[in-house]
Write a protein that binds this ligand. Structure first.
Ligand code: NAI
Length: 247
């Protein structure tokens, strides 16, 4: 049983936006952060530098979450290099939109969004879960979306993926609760990141009771709490961070 060693947290899609803010928050909480990213080395290096400037430490782990073989070989390599350490926190954050009305939806856009969200969740969670179960401690936090709760037009692929992620969160939470592994979902509304850069904030803010888009740090604050030991009796939940847009 690996209960000693250094405390690691793995954040998928950690090189920018919400993922970057989560990496920084977890580092402030004392975790060594494994920053997963798919392609942009410079952005990922930048997050690691920010962590080090703040007195923390971490490392980069490059793989596409939807690519099972890549996930397995990267994580196996990490485990081999860290025989005494264990990953106690997993934040499944990697994701993207490929919006289109369903009548014009291309198969590729449907499949890519489902794959990054659901296969990504499966690939990364399945490989890290056994160690959490054996050590009887773990925190799994899935970044879902308002779109997965309410459904948003133009996003049937994304709504299906995030809705599926929410259902998977609830199911897995029941499988792992006795082993003290909690599984929760965070559902952001509109958060100012690269993903929402193309949206008209001035128009959309009228729909949001708080009157503005959220900041990545406002999502990271909740993720940090769910990643902490204090959240031990919260599992299978979906918590919105959306400025009152939908409750
Ligand atoms: P972003 O586009 O700034 O960041 C997404 C990150 O995921 C990037 O680092 C990207 O490289 C990474 N990524 C994408 N595909 C990947 C793959 N196959 N393997 C590994 N990494 C991959 O977007 P943002 O806004 O930070 O989104 C983070 C999460 O929050 C996503 O799951 C998104 O669906 C969710 N979300 C975002 C909202 C927003 O308003 N920004 C609202 C609701 C949910």
């Amino acid at each position: 049983m690996k209960t000693g060693g250094r405390k690691y947290a793995l954040v998928t899609g950690g090189s920018r936006g919400i993922g970057r803010a989560v990496c920084l928050r977890l580092s402030e909480m004392g975790f060594r952060v494994i920053i997963n990213y798919r392609s942009n080395d410079a952005e990922a290096e930048n997050v690691l530098s920010m962590i080090r400037e703040n007195g923390g430490d971490g490392e980069l782990l490059k793989f596409d979450v939807a690519d099972k073989a890549a996930v397995e070989s990267s994580v196996a390599g990490w485990k081999e290099a860290h025989p005494d350490d264990c990953i106690r926190v997993l934040v499944n954050n990697a994701g993207f939109r490929r919006d289109s009305l369903l009548v014009w939806m291309e198969d590729n856009d449907w499949n890519a969004v489902i794959d990054v969200t659901l296969k990504g969740f499966l690939n990364v969670t399945r490989i890290l879960l056994p160690d959490m179960l054996v050590s009887r401690y773990g925190r799994i936090i899935n970044i879902a979306s308002l779109s997965g709760i309410k459904g948003l037009p133009g996003q049937t692929n994304y709504s299906a993926a995030k809705g599926g992620l929410i259902a998977a969160t609830k199911a897995l939470a029941q499988e792992t609760a006795k082993k003290k592994v909690t599984v929760n979902a965070v559902a952001p509304g509109f958060i100012a990141t690269d993903m929402t850069e193309d949206l008209d904030e001035n128009e959309l803010r009228k729909l949001i009771p708080a009157g503005r888009f959220g900041k990545p740090e406002e999502v990271a604050a909740l993720v940090g709490f769910l990643a902490s030991e204090e959240s031990s009796y919260i599992t299978g939940e979906v918590i919105s961070v959306n400025g009152g847009l939908y409750t």
